[in-house]
Design a protein around this ligand. Structure first.
Ligand code: HEM
Length: 497
């Protein structure tokens, strides 16, 4: 008797559940289990691989129910542009969904990356964009300090005298210094760099789909002594120490009007607002979230990108040699490459574009959220749905790229060796940094750092395989999984030219 009642209750619950969460005019997608949706069919740490498989079957807009959430996956550049950049869609589909990270780590979606779409977000984003433009690309002082950091990097590699080395710790340290310079106007010391990396590592572990999903559904688990609870507590401890270091110490030594780095730019804005009687808008917690944003978004993305590109170049020595020839032609060997050389170095630009396409190390970007019901490609996307941008499939679609699994920088050049114009279909299909109103704020900074690191290294050193052992494959399908992909650890040799 009990079994019959239980069955009746379960069937009723299922019917109710399906009715409440039903989507009118469903987009195609994988089959779903009650309550769990398609979660059991997903390889959660290699989500991009599962979604790629389904995108080939179900098309560029598909619906994957994850738990009770409708998740729409967009897998072609044309549709990404329509959804996130076109009028009629861009004010609806550029929200960020509620997530564990946004709520518990980013202090209720403060800051830019996880900020809810609206006026405060738009103002924060503008400040970040202008601040990065000022400090990241244009300001001579930052450029000079960045060059000093690169000189240190070159020196430490020269000291290795052509021995095998692991590029990961050296790049990590150097890029952490750059972020330190950007935020505070000065380099970070060893212990601060460690702290930044400890924060980043735990952040990345928590950002993993499976961990995020479980913690979002059962937030009390963050207090339980299981691995994800421990990761959360390590992350919170690192966050507190980062805030003590970058926010509290900096505020104590802040002199109005001074601009030691981006944090001072924010303090200046805050004090201007206060003197105008507007204390509501730029709060201390927003400034703290802003600092976290720069570290979270700016460091691992660039470090992993460079690690991927170096590995690809180890496998393509012909590209290293062509870049070297271009450097000799444009820069010479007397001075270091600088950002003003970039527009006259099309081959180097093509290598960077092609490497970022080929590896697509941020395969699914950051999820978007729908603020209202909206029709897209004949399907209704209901309010509250999540949207995943599937850059991985977009960048490896044979219909666009022909031979997507070949690393071929020349695809971005015309017959005269010049870069294809920005409106060319291939350039338009390259969406490494997203598109529309949430496009990456650090795109210019990231591309200019990658340019400076690569050209400086190639001007000074020849790229060689390690003497001991072999290098792992540069095929991105073999890379270590996660929200940001990276290759298996590898050794390389750089010999002074
Ligand atoms: C190779 C390096 C990088 C890659 C591949 C990358 C990629 C991305 C992607 C795909 C997005 C999501 C776009 C969307 O939601 O539609 C994003 C957002 C963002 N990125 Fe980057 N990024 C990189 C470096 C950086 C750097 C260096 C910074 C800053 C220092 C940065 C700051 C941000 C911020 C603040 C957002 C959130 C924008 C928003 O929500 O409005 N990124 N990035």
């Amino acid at each position: 008797m009990l079994e019959i009642w239980l069955s009746v209750i379960l069937v009723t619950l299922y019917v109710l559940y399906s009715y409440i969460t039903r989507v009118k005019n469903n987009a195609p997608g994988p089959s779903n289990w009650p309550v769990f949706g398609c979660l059991f069919q997903l390889e959660s740490s290699r989500l991009h691989i599962s979604l790629d498989r389904w995108a080939k079957k179900f098309g560029p807009l598909m619906l994957c129910k994850m738990g009770s959430t409708n998740v729409y996956v967009i897998s072609c550049p044309r549709l990404m542009k329509k959804a996130f950049a076109e009028k009629g869609y861009s004010d609806i589909l550029n929200d960020r969904p509620d997530t564990f990270i946004a709520k518990y780590i980013m202090d209720d979606s403060k800051g830019v990356i996880f900020g809810k779409y609206g006026l405060t977000f738009t103002r924060m984003r503008k400040i970040m964009y202008n601040g990065l433009k000022m400090y990241g690309v244009g300001v001579q002082q930052f450029e000079t300090m960045a060059h000093k950091e690169l000189d240190k990097l070159v020196q430490s590699i020269s000291d290795l005298e052509g021995k095998d080395f692991d590029p990961k710790p050296i790049l990590s340290r150097s890029l952490a210094n750059l972020i330190g310079i950007l935020l505070t106007g000065s380099m970070v010391d060893e212990s601060d760099a460690d702290l930044i990396w400890e924060y980043n590592k735990n952040f990345n572990d928590t950002f993993e789909l499976s961990t995020e999903f479980i913690l979002y559904a059962f937030p009390f688990l963050r207090f339980i002594p299981v691995e994800m609870g421990r990761t959360y507590r390590r992350l919170m401890e690192a966050k507190k120490q980062l805030q003590d270091k970058f926010f509290i110490l900096h505020k104590e030594t802040y002199v109005p009007g001074h601009k030691r780095g981006l944090i001072d730019v924010l303090f200046n804005l805050q004090s201007q607002d206060e003197s105008n009687g507007d204390t509501q808008w730029l709060t201390d917690s927003q400034i703290k979230a802003f600092i976290q944003d720069i570290i979270v978004a700016g460091l691992l993305t660039t470090r992993n990108g460079l690690l991927c590109i170096l590995l690809v170049l180890l496998h393509h020595h012909d590209s290293v040699e062509r870049m070297y020839e271009e450097i000799v032609d444009v820069v010479g060997l007397e001075r270091s490459p600088s950002l003003k050389d970039r527009p006259t170095m099309p081959y180097t630009e093509a290598v960077i574009m092609e490497a970022l396409r080929y590896v697509t190390h941020a395969p699914l970007g950051v999820p978007h959220g729908a603020m209202e019901d909206v029709e897209l490609e004949g399907y209704i996307i209901p309010k509250g749905s999540k949207l995943i941008t599937n850059y991985w499939t977009a960048h490896h679609d044979p219909a666009i790229w022909g031979d997507p699994w070949m690393f071929r920088p020349d695809r971005f050049l015309d017959v005269n060796g010049e870069l294809l114009p920005p409106e060319h279909t291939l350039r338009q299909s390259l969406v490494t940094f997203g598109t529309g109103k949430r496009v990456c704020v650090g795109e210019n900074l990231a591309k200019s750092r990658i340019f400076l690191y690569l050209t400086t290294l190639i001007q000074k050193f020849d790229f060689r395989l390690p003497k001991e052992g072999t290098v792992p494959s540069d095929d991105p399908r073999t890379f270590l999984p996660g929200a940001l992909l990276r290759p298996q650890d590898y050794m390389m040799r750089l010999t002074v030219r």
